[in-house]
Design a binder for this molecule. Structure first.
Ligand code: SAM
Length: 197
């Protein structure tokens, strides 16, 4: 069971989540999913990967020429450890992460305060739903763009055998302080999984 993305505060079963073998909410992001963001969104200046896990996302951000600061609340063997993103006073130009599912809303509120230019979070597409999020996020601080994945991402705990395809739809949600106007909806073209896995 998983309290993620519930609409009413209750628990909601998920279909394809595999038990977290190494602490709460540690699911490294497949490389191709980060490449898909960098291929479509420009980031100028430093990037903070503020829930970096084992660096799966940070490494792709560095490979693509970015200066990356990495931190995590837990020790996953990468970056600064013991750093609760929700409690940090650090301000950076950009923030990119796949946040822990049960704190996604708090991460968005923190991103609004801690990113000077842009922040991008990999979230379930269903994050768009929900009256609470409508009131506290989408009506007052909507993202600039939502990039919907055409290909399904499957998250596995580190070391688990990778096979098959996920059953949950994901998207990159991008908040951009320089964006004016309504949220743009766009689709990530198929092909990233084959090219960057
Ligand atoms: C879904 S994993 C994603 C890891 C990494 N961002 C990636 O994409 O590969 C979420 C990460 O958030 C970390 N985490 C959980 N709560 C946190 C918090 N309050 N502040 C910072 N990191 C946190 C977990 O330790 C875990 O590594």
């Amino acid at each position: 069971m998983d309290a993620t993305y519930n609409l009413n505060g209750g628990f909601k079963p998920t279909a394809k989540r595999i038990a977290d073998l190494d602490g709460p909410d540690f699911y490294p992001t497949p490389r191709w999913a980060t490449y898909a963001l960098i291929d479509n969104e420009k980031f100028s200046g430093d990037i903070w990967e503020c829930a970096c896990g084992d660096g799966a996302m940070s490494k792709v951000l560095q490979e693509t020429g970015n200066t990356v600061l990495s931190s995590d609340l837990y020790n996953r063997g990468y970056g600064e450890i013991g750093k609760d993103f929700l409690e940090q006073n650090r301000i950076t130009e950009n923030i990119i992460t796949n946040p822990p599912y049960n704190s996604a809303e708090g991460f968005v509120h923190s991103g609004l305060k801690k990113a000077k230019s842009k922040f991008a979070f990999l979230l379930r597409l269903a994050f768009l739903e929900g009256s609470n999020r409508s009131n506290t996020i989408f009506s007052c601080s909507p993202p600039a763009r939502v990039w919907v994945f055409s290909e399904r991402i499957t998250f596995y705990p580190k070391g688990a055998k990778v096979s098959g395809s996920g059953t949950t739809a994901y998207a990159w949600f991008v908040w951009d302080k320089n964006h004016a106007g309504p949220t743009e909806l766009a689709w990530l073209k198929p092909g990233y999984k084959a090219k960057y896995s």
